[in-house]
Ligand binder design. Structure first.
Ligand SMILES: NC(=O)C1=CN([C@@H]2O[C@H](COP(=O)(O)OP(=O)(O)OC[C@H]3O[C@@H](n4cnc5c(N)ncnc54)[C@H](OP(=O)(O)O)[C@@H]3O)[C@@H](O)[C@H]2O)C=CC1
Ligand SMILES: CC(=O)[C@@H](O)[C@H](O)COP(=O)(O)O
Ligand SMILES: [Mn+2]
Length: 390
């Protein structure tokens, strides 16, 4: 039987998640066709993907990138659009069925929200948008009846382990696993002098630089805690962070009868991506099967909130609610960028994040424009702190 192919927009196509998404799409040309791709700085990769996947549209941030991309496309075979509004347009266009939101940071918020408002199947990798505007995103999804599928590996695992109707029937709590990152066993004295190269050397996953630093500071787990609260409508007290260094169990759900359901697999994002793309079907993803005879051990431990204060900050931000998670996210984006530039030390990341959180305080969430203003104010405050440390 001939089925219609899903038309997919991939936002952040040139990044780690974007490339894994195109890898899965490329394995299933009978199921998926690409409607639009976006890139930010890497025009060489974007051009290669345009040539291979023949999207109708590509989106770039400005005129300079537009000209660079044009030069790389001998046969101009797609329309190149410019700017943030164009990202929202290709995420909400009538011809699109599915949107992969894989831009890094709050820069991905408006386009993810546009897809949600337009009732698309929204594959959400961009966790920062949920941290900044969880209330508004969930409201938009409910109103438009968009299908929101979590791609973040832990949330995808939780989604798979919850009852099929995603209700909380019989659920006791959620066990959110954390690898512990490259500094899991690193003493505090060495964390003070940790380098960007050490921080991005994740022990189990290959990812973009920003999320890799977040994993090293446990901010990633903090962001994921907030993301899980919104996605699954659970309070933070119902989520326990468990360190599991092998990253083979991607998270678990504990039921009131004593059962614990886990989703397992090799640490390869093509598994949750293919789950989201094909849902409710299952398709081949290309990820290596788990070889149980070679799994030497599965370890579990508790997170250390003293060496990794970012986890505590995220817990506090979620407990305070309102605009506080948006403030923390913006401060963290700034401090991580400064750390990667070599301007501040690794332990300055939580210090700056905490200072900005304390200074900006809390307001109730009102609108997307208000959240974007909060984001700008927190970035300005973080920039001052960073300048003082340079
Ligand atoms: N990588 C992973 O395994 C996982 C990632 N995630 C989440 O998915 C998202 C993407 O992560 P990842 O793929 O690792 O990140 P990458 O840094 O590898 O990719 C980021 C993508 O966003 C684009 N981009 C960067 N800045 C902007 C901007 N200001 N405006 C528009 N586009 C921009 C980049 O373009 P260009 O490269 O052309 O500059 C690239 O396409 C993050 O939110 C992350 O937390 C969640 C779970 C796992
Ligand atoms: C692959 C993925 O989902 C990442 O968010 C991953 O979880 C990072 O690993 P950490 O558990 O070290 O943060
Ligand atoms: Mn994750």
């Amino acid at each position: 039987m001939m089925t219609t192919r899903q038309r997919v927009t991939v936002l952040g196509a040139t990044g780690s998640i974007g490339q894994s998404t195109l890898n899965v799409i490329g394995q299933h040309p009978d199921r998926f066709t690409v409607f639009a791709l976006s890139g930010h700085a890497n025009m060489a990769q974007l051009a290669l993907d345009i040539i291979r996947f023949k999207p109708q549209f590509a989106v770039v941030p400005n005129d300079t990138r537009y000209r660079q991309l044009l030069e790389l496309l001998p046969n101009r075979n797609c329309d190149i659009l410019i700017g943030e509004q164009a990202l929202a347009d290709v995420a909400s266009a009538a011809q699109v069925d599915t949107v992969m939101a894989a831009i890094v940071g709050a820069a991905g918020l408006k386009s993810a929200l546009a897809a949600a408002h337009a009732g698309k199947k929204l594959l959400l990798a961009n966790k920062e948008s949920m941290v900044v505007a969880g209330a508004l995103l969930m409201e938009a999804v409910a109103k438009s009846q968009a299908l929101l599928l979590p791609i973040d590996s832990e949330h995808n695992a939780i989604f798979q382990c919850l009852p099929a109707d995603q209700s909380q029937a019989g659920v006791d709590s959620i066990l959110l696993t954390a690898s512990g990152g490259p500094f899991r066993q690193t003493p505090m004295e060495q964390l003070l002098t940790a380098t960007p190269e050490q921080a991005i050397a994740h022990p189990t996953w290959t990812m973009g630089r920003k999320i890799s630093v977040d994993s090293a500071s446990l901010m990633n787990k903090g962001l994921e805690l907030i993301e899980a609260c919104w996605l699954f409508s659970v309070p933070p007290e119902k989520i326990e962070v468990v360190v599991h260094p092998q990253s083979v169990i991607h998270s678990m759900v504990r039921y009131i009868d004593g059962s614990v359901l886990a989703q397992m697999g090799s640490p390869d994002m093509r598994t949750p991506i293919s789950y989201g793309l094909a849902y409710p079907d299952r398709i081949v993803s290309g990820s290596a099967p788990l070889e149980f005879s070679q799994l030497l051990q599965l370890q579990f431990d508790q997170p250390d909130r003293v060496r990794f204060p970012c986890l505590r900050l995220a817990e506090e931000a979620m407990a305070e609610g309102g605009t506080v998670p948006a403030v923390l996210n913006a401060a963290n984006e700034m401090s991580v960028a400064a750390f990667l530039e070599g301007d501040i030390g690794f332990m300055d990341i939580p210090r700056i994040n905490e200072q900005v959180m304390t200074r900006l305080g809390r307001s109730p969430v009102e609108s997307i424009d208000q959240l974007l203003e909060v984001d700008r104010a927190a970035r300005a405050q973080a920039a001052e702190q960073i300048k003082a440390l340079r």
